[in-house]
Design a protein around this ligand. Sequence first.
Ligand code: ZN
Length: 126
Amino acid sequence: MKNEERLCPYCQETFQPSRKNQIYCSYECQYSHYNERKALRREEAQKTINKILKNWEALYSVMSKNQLNDCTVDEAVLLKKGFTPGYITHMGADPADQSKIYCICEFCYKINGRKYNISKVEKDES
Ligand SMILES: [Zn+2]
């Protein structure tokens, strides 16, 4: 370790480590790097959350026009409302035929070609 020089991954300065496992030149660089990476992860998560919210709004918009009863719409209708396929909160399988059911909170849908069969699942209050 004597006279060993390392490059700090945050400030890009070379430094002499005082510990064998020292990665950063200082705690300040270590925390700043950690905080920046955390902020980036949050930003990425926020993008996904925003898409899920937009999808929920699209499903709600379609369902509310139908008094929240089950309905079938063309994928194009949802896409026009800003829907992004693939952004869901959870999924399951229809016990009747094992077909996939995609859900965004209380709204669930099955895909049939370009048609979406949407329904609202009542919350279990037990
Ligand atoms: Zn540094």
